[in-house]
Design a protein around this ligand. Structure first.
Ligand SMILES: C[S@@+](CC[C@H](N)C(=O)[O-])C[C@H]1O[C@@H](n2cnc3c(N)ncnc32)[C@H](O)[C@@H]1O
Length: 281
């Protein structure tokens, strides 16, 4: 069998399962199996694959067929400018969360040393991206999930930041420390009804603790804001990601906790996603 034939066969199987990215996913799986880039595969479509490679391809194809997200199968995801190791312990970094990085960098002058807290670090994609851009800063990253924290630590090491980020396996409820100059968070914010309607890829495979924000979806984000109000220094910035349609209530919580609202940023599809606020009271 050559590359073209196995790709056609694989795409057909995925298409039958309504997987929209069927061709791309097959190319990515084949590039994993052959340890070649997608481009190398696409310019050598007549090359043959051997039995062992075919078996491996089918093994991963079946995972994808069962709605395992392609990023878990590949074991990595690009976020901001960097590659992150990921597995089922962590949420797959989303492009819309890059807005947090983009906005936060505006409040981190180059060369200035700042102390940053990342609440619910997951893979560590947010804090690692920030520290790669601003090497004078130090950070603390917390997560309720022990397994997620292992992944975040691995990524910190991968990006040579293990001495700049302190990791704590703790619920934000219980976390106490000195004050931070800046706090970022992408907390779980999906409510009960929306959770049941998520795509199977997400609902069946990504960690529930990274998605579910309680019955109303506000439980975790409320905790994050209330606790941040105590952990942030006067005039420090809190930058959070929120779910669509959550803005109104979250602005209320921010104001109640002494934050001034600087900015509400939209994601690439025009949804209001990222809130920038300053502690003023
Ligand atoms: C939406 S994920 C975000 C992961 C990563 N920061 C990102 O943007 O891709 C939320 C993370 O918060 C963690 N988490 C949930 N509730 C928490 C809590 N009460 N205290 C600390 N971390 C929490 C989850 O384990 C998960 O890793």
């Amino acid at each position: 069998m050559n590359y073209q034939e196995i790709l056609n066969k694989g795409s057909k199987i995925l298409r039958a399962k309504n997987i929209k990215s069927s061709s791309l996913d097959c190319e990515l799986i084949l590039s994993k199996v052959l340890k070649k880039t997608r481009e190398e595969i696409l310019i050598n479509l007549n090359n043959k694959i051997n039995k062992k490679q075919k078996k491996e391809f089918i093994f991963y194809l079946n995972k994808r067929r069962n709605k395992n997200p392609i990023s878990y199968i590949l074991g990595f995801k690009y976020f901001w400018k960097y590659k992150f190791y990921i597995d089922k312990s962590v949420l797959i970094p989303r492009p819309e969360s890059e807005h947090i990085v983009e906005q936060t960098l505006k409040y981190m002058p180059i060369g200035k040393s700042m102390n940053i807290l990342d609440i619910g670090t997951g893979s560590g994609c947010l804090i690692i991206s920030l520290l790669k851009e601003r090497p004078n800063c130090l950070a603390t990253a917390i997560d309720i999930s022990k397994e997620a924290l292992k992944t975040a630590k691995f990524n910190a090491k991968l990006h040579h930041l293990e001495n700049k980020i302190k990791f704590f396996n703790i619920n934000i409820d219980k976390f106490n420390s000195n004050k931070y100059d800046l706090i970022i968070s992408n907390p779980p914010y999906i409510n009960k009804v929306d959770l049941s309607r998520l795509d199977e890829d997400v609902r069946l495979h990504e960690p529930r603790s990274a998605l579910y924000g309680g019955v109303t979806g506000f439980e975790e984000i409320k905790k994050v804001i209330e606790k941040s109000s105590k952990l942030i220094r006067y005039s420090g910035k809190l930058i959070v990601e929120i779910g669509e349609k959550q803005k109104k209530y979250i602005l209320k919580i921010l104001l109640k906790n002494g934050f001034y609202i600087n900015k509400i940023c939209k994601d690439f599809s025009g949804k209001e996603r990222c809130l920038v606020s300053t502690k003023i009271k």
